[in-house]
Design a protein around this ligand. Structure first.
Ligand code: FE2
Length: 266
């Protein structure tokens, strides 16, 4: 089976560009067109948060209009730039989950895989969070199909990647999440966004992938963590994840650039 991931679309109001320069609406339209052109077509898309740039209903509705052109379902978890209420209101119930406590968690099955989306946000806070209520929900969701290879997806990576966005913002409850991952060996991958970089790590031995930004706002990598947070303007990027029983989950990175000339190696 094949599914795609986009992240950090940061949609502003129609005609507006975040920070005055980022053509986020055009970039999401390019990402959607790219996804619709893929052959074979992904079964669905995961959108790992920061759908909007500021959480306003107008922004969420604009994102919903742009994503309406997708020829496949889209499953969304919120990011720290989103607002749970406006996100839930702008998107149909089937793509934005809900669980006790108002968290936008969701779980669904697709082919041999189980997908569990975790709401890692705290209103008004830039960092990630995993509290007791979310832990209880996650344990239940994992117990429903303990033998199914499972993909966790959430906005914030519960790891320090050496950049301000993870090291300074932090992830409250990362150790508790790592303990649950360690006890549920059916989890095959953790998919995140937030840092606007294609980057990899591991949590309790399980590979963790951060998606690049579909907004094209690629984080200016500063491992000294002294420079203020900044971004480069890049092409919108996305990930394709392919599951096979023998290889497990294989991930490809691609840019939504439209038709590019292909040069033969011979
Ligand atoms: Fe973001």
């Amino acid at each position: 089976m094949l599914f795609a991931q986009i992240s950090d679309t940061h949609i502003a109001a129609p005609g507006e560009r975040p920070h005055g320069v980022a053509p986020v609406g055009e970039n999401l339209a390019r990402a959607v067109a790219c996804l619709n052109r893929l052959d074979p077509r992904p079964d669905f898309v995961l959108l790992t948060g920061d759908v909007t740039n500021g959480g306003a209903l107008e922004q969420a509705r604009h994102a919903a209009r742009l994503l309406d052109d997708l020829d496949m379902p889209c499953h969304i978890v919120p990011g720290n730039h989103d607002d749970r209420k406006t996100l839930a209101s702008a998107f149909p119930q089937q793509v934005v989950g809900q669980s006790p406590g108002g968290f936008l968690n969701q779980a669904f099955d697709a082919g041999p895989l189980r997908f569990i989306g975790l709401d890692s946000t705290t209103p008004g806070q830039p960092g990630g969070a995993f509290c007791e209520a979310r832990a209880a929900w996650l344990k239940e969701a994992l117990a429903e199909r303990p033998d199914a290879p499972t993909v966790l997806f959430l906005h914030h990576p519960p790891l320090k990647f050496g950049v301000l966005e993870t090291d300074a913002d932090g992830f409250d409850g990362a150790a508790a999440l790592a303990r649950i991952v360690a006890h549920n060996r059916q989890i095959v991958r953790i998919l995140c966004g937030h840092i606007h970089l294609f980057a990899h790590g591991a949590l309790a031995g399980v590979p963790l992938t951060c998606a690049p930004a579909a907004s094209g706002m690629r984080l200016a990598l500063d491992l000294t963590r002294r420079a203020p947070s900044a971004f480069h303007l890049d092409d919108p990027a996305l990930l394709l994840h392919k599951w096979t029983d023998d290889a497990g989950l294989v991930t490809h990175h691609l840019y939504a650039r439209g038709d590019e000339p292909a040069h033969p190696f011979q």
